[in-house]
Design a protein around this ligand. Structure first.
Ligand code: GAF
Length: 388
């Protein structure tokens, strides 16, 4: 559903629930990462794109002071946040993404007004497409609309802090950055060390990015993500560098004997992936799609074998995509996001999208018994105030 229609739907839901129209409507997108996986917390490069799937909030000032009422229009669930004191964690669980951001604004000295809010999200939950970052950035955008503008980088960092402190996931900065700073028709090349961003145009109508949701739930809170972070830190310590961004493949090979086999492989993925991301961005600037596709396959191999964050369903999708191959219109494919389930992203010929989607869906179902959800997305805009 287009953002305009989605916004109108949430506005109608707000009206139905609260008996009056909303004064503000804001939205923030989910993302797919084209390449640069598990590099953000190693000070490396990432190349995500905002997708046409959004968290949307409609809101108005509330008559009752001291609280924010939030109505989830999809699950028909309510949350109430007390804003007369520092906002803390609470129930329901999803409200913590919102609570974390509200707490962040309080910490900046912002007085949060009482609000009635209705929200929904078309970012699939647990699909590795950053539904949580979309909700955090959406909340921050609502605060911006209601109080005063905030620098988009600070907004992304505030949302990341909410994820750390209220959701317990020690994530990097990629997801919140792309949701806050994405631009229609562009990928975002982000240097996670300097936080310098470059918008890389992706407007060639002959290619599309296809998102294939394995419908195997991805869960980053389970500890594996934090474990990977710790292994990278250990590698950096042994190599004597500040972060793996500063290490070269040569350096790693020379120090191989000093690292455990697992930590060596983790570092090999990260060092290789940072380089692949920079080269893939060059390929995109030149519309050299076969080359970009090769980097995507190489990224997947390393995530599967060295970083061990893939799963058999993700591998299956990549296998099917590579069997279809260039002849059938697939340039490349890889798992995207944190891993352990979730989605793959495939770079494909736009003219072949219907045929490729049909083949992947059929083969995946035949091999796993699971229905995949497949959609194409153009690079979408980042967080937007739809109605001020
Ligand atoms: C998750 C995290 F939230 C990101 O910061 C990033 O590390 C990603 O996994 C892996 O690239 O989405």
């Amino acid at each position: 559903m287009k953002l305009k229609e989605l916004a109108a739907q949430v506005a109608a839901d707000f009206q139905k629930h609260y008996g009056r129209p909303p004064r503000w409507i804001v939205a923030a997108p989910g993302r797919v990462n084209v390449i640069g996986e598990h590099t953000d917390y190693n000070d490396g490069f990432v190349l995500p794109m905002a997708i046409e799937r959004y968290a949307v909030m409609a809101a108005d000032s509330a008559a009752t002071p001291g609280k924010i009422s939030i109505y989830d229009t999809h699950f028909k669930e309510n949350a109430t946040v007390d804003i007369t004191a520092p906002v803390t964690k609470g129930q329901p669980k999803w409200s913590n993404y919102i609570r974390g951001v509200l707490a962040g604004f309080q910490n900046r000295g912002v007085t949060i007004p009482a609000l009635d809010v209705a929200f929904t999200s078309t970012v699939p939950l647990g699909g590795g497409l950053s539904s949580s970052a979309a909700l955090e950035v959406c909340t921050a955008t609502l605060m911006e609309a209601v109080t005063k503008p905030i620098d988009p980088i600070e907004k992304a960092l505030l949302a990341q802090k909410a994820e750390h402190e209220f959701a317990g996931v020690p994530c990097g900065i990629m997801d919140q950055f792309i949701s806050a700073l994405g631009r229609e028709g562009h990928l975002l090349l982000l240097d996670c060390r300097t936080r310098k961003t470059e918008l890389v145009p992706m407007s060639d109508p002959s290619v599309e990015l296809l998102v294939v949701n394995t419908n195997v739930k991805h869960e980053l809170g389970s500890g594996e993500y934090a474990k990977r972070r710790a292994e990278c830190e250990e590698a950096a310590r042994i190599l004597g560098v500040k972060s793996l961004r500063d290490a070269t493949a040569d350096q790693l090979e020379k120090a191989k004997g000093k690292l455990s086999e697992v930590v060596y492989r983790r570092a090999r993925h990260v060092i290789g992936e940072i380089e692949r991301t920079v080269h893939a961005a060059e390929g995109i600037r030149e519309s050299n799609w076969p080359t970009v596709g090769q980097f995507m396959y190489a990224s997947h191999d390393a995530l599967r074998d060295d970083y061990e964050v893939s799963c058999k369903e993700l591998d299956m999708v990549v296998d099917i995509a590579s069997e279809i191959g260039l002849k059938g219109g697939v340039y490349g494919c890889r798992m995207t996001g944190g891993g352990f389930g979730g989605c793959c992203v495939a770079l494909v010929k736009a003219s072949a999208v219907p045929e490729i989607s049909k083949r992947i869906a059929a083969e995946y179902k035949a091999r796993t018994g699971i229905d995949a959800a497949i959609f194409a997305s153009r690079p979408a805009a980042g967080a937007t105030i739809v109605k001020a």
